[in-house]
Design a protein around this ligand. Structure first.
Ligand code: PAF
Length: 282
């Protein structure tokens, strides 16, 4: 059967009700579209593990803190539908803004401690927007499992916490970051990079690898380890927004590396902001 596309919550719920009554397990991949091989990996994983996979394509306005970033976000529904289908999805849910937000919300989800550092420090309101729309989507789809990429490590941590704290009946599955041949983490934003910026973009990953190598070789001071990354990036036209080593459990910065950590970076190449991360366990 070819892929089905629904634009309204009511139609989607009716279709999913039939699937549930037939005893089929539902896998869910929430996205903002502009799908790439990283998303394909999420969808393929869901299609392998669940009977039926739903992909949502919704550019969520409430998680953008800069209007121009929202306006410029690529919208490619037709190709998103074909990629979803090839990767094994059965349904694409592509609601309008009005369908998701018929009126401004009074209820929101805030996940406190995990949103003190990293991206949250530079994107006020972003994780409130993400957590709220993800909870809405989980309530609409009611999947057995939902799939998120490890590239958005802070988002993943926030969603795991939201699901645990609010007893949302879903299993959250993390899927490893998919990289281009030169190491650049796949992202919908990569397609915005002009050739010269695309050429230097893999330096972010190289910088993270430099930090990880230093830790593997016995460095256990966060400041010293971070210097390795800055030396990789020093002559490149890249503006580092943050480079942090945080405790993987609560995303709080650490001075000494004696717990599992996340090494995370956000940087601007021209007017494109990229993020990436690696983990390290001493
Ligand atoms: O990772 C994304 O694409 C978005 O933040 C998500 C999870 C679909 C919520 O809008």
């Amino acid at each position: 059967m070819s892929i089905r596309i629904f634009q309204t919550i009511a139609e989607l719920r009716t279709a999913l009700q039939t699937e549930r009554m037939a005893g089929r397990s539902i896998g869910f991949v929430p996205t903002m579209g502009a799908l790439h091989a990283g998303h394909a990996r999420l969808i393929e994983t869901s299609a392998r593990e669940c009977d039926i996979t739903i992909v949502s394509v919704f550019v969520n306005p409430t998680q953008f803190n800069v209007q121009s970033d929202f306006d410029r976000y690529p919208r490619t529904l037709e190709t998103d539908v074909s990629l979803s289908e090839s990767a094994g999805a059965a349904i694409v849910f592509a609601p309008s803004d009005k369908e998701m937000y018929p009126e401004p919300l009074d209820a929101h989800v805030d996940v406190d401690r995990l949103t003190e550092h990293l991206c949250a420090a530079f994107r006020p309101g972003h994780f409130r927007g993400v957590a709220t729309v993800v909870l809405k989507l989980l309530n609409i789809v009611q999947p057995a499992r939902a799939y998120f990429g490890e590239k958005d490590a802070q988002q993943l941590a926030v969603i795991r916490r939201l699901v645990a704290d609010l007893n949302v009946p879903v299993e959250i599955s993390a899927v490893p970051t998919v990289r281009e041949a030169d190491g650049l983490a796949m992202s919908s934003r990569n397609r915005r990079l002009p050739a010269e910026e695309r050429r230097i973009a893999p330096l972010l990953y190289e910088a993270l690898l430099g930090v990880k190598k230093a830790l593997l070789e016995g460095e256990n001071d966060a400041q010293n380890a971070k210097k390795v990354a800055f030396s990789v990036l020093e002559n490149a036209p890249i503006r580092v927004e943050y480079l942090e080593i945080v405790d993987s459990r609560d995303l709080q910065p650490v001075q000494k590396i004696n717990v599992p950590v996340l090494i995370a970076i956000a940087a601007w190449l021209g007017d494109t902001r990229l993020i990436d991360n690696l983990t390290y366990t001493p």
